[in-house]
Design a binder for this molecule. Structure first.
Ligand code: ZN
Length: 236
């Protein structure tokens, strides 16, 4: 996965600014993989999609991740530093397109949820309804007469088959010793970074354009090192 250029990343930020998290993820991948048709990207399982986003983040901003977490027991905040490889369970393992499950004597066929499936959910805030809609799309052998506990087990098996779709960090508070699991969502993490980066970059463009009368495109085409040097010269 190659890094996105400043112009490309700024373009994605602008296009996906007012979109949902799922659409932002797809916009980033579309910019990074122009050779892949949009349908193919939307058809990746969530774990496959997030593995690609991890690689894109690593190529663009580096392999080190710094995040803040708040202890649910004492409220203390802690800084987490980890690396892309800590999050990758097995980068080579692509999940199978279809799973054949045997649960409580039933043979069930499912496929893993994709971004297209998540986009099709009409009420994402209603978790029970969202789960039903997802199962209706992903359960290939039909869900008539399938009891609820079996459906719960199906959802569990889908998550196990696509582990990068649900990255959990094992955290322990240095202050009170409380241990807990926190979900790491690469899409929102990466997007927050892109947002902060875009604001900083546009500030730099403003400073250099004001000082030198250069066009935005020319300033964006400068390497970060050259941009920094010019900023130092104008005291920005
Ligand atoms: Zn604590």
């Amino acid at each position: 996965m190659r890094a996105l250029s400043a112009t490309e990343l700024l373009g994605v930020w602008e296009r996906a600014f007012s979109q949902s998290s799922i659409q932002r993820a797809l916009a980033l991948l579309a910019a990074a993989c122009p050779e892949s048709p949009p349908d193919a990207l939307a058809g990746l399982s969530i774990g496959q999609r997030d593995a690609r986003l991890l690689a894109l983040r690593e190529a663009t901003f580096g392999a080190e991740f710094i995040a803040l977490a708040r202890c649910p027991a004492c409220g203390g905040s802690m800084e987490l530093i980890f690396h892309a490889e800590d999050l990758r369970i097995s980068p080579e393992a692509e999940p199978p397109p279809e799973l054949a499950l045997q649960i409580e004597g039933r043979d069930l066929r499912v496929r893993l949820p994709t971004s297209a499936d998540l986009l099709a959910i009409t009420r994402p805030d209603d978790l029970a309804a969202a789960r039903d809609q997802l199962l209706a799309r992903c359960l290939l052998s039909g869900r008539d007469q399938v009891p609820e506990p079996v459906l719960d087990a199906v959802v569990e098996q889908m998550a196990l088959a696509d582990p990068l779709g649900d990255i959990q960090l094992a955290l322990r508070c240095a202050g009170c010793g409380h241990a807990w699991q926190a979900v790491f969502d690469i899409v929102s993490f990466f997007w927050r970074e892109i947002h902060a980066w875009a604001r900083g970059l546009l500030r730099e463009v403003h400073t250099l354009a004001s000082a030198y009368n250069w066009r935005e495109a020319d300033i964006l085409a400068l390497s970060p090192a050259r941009r920094r040097l010019y900023l130092e010269m104008v005291g920005g």
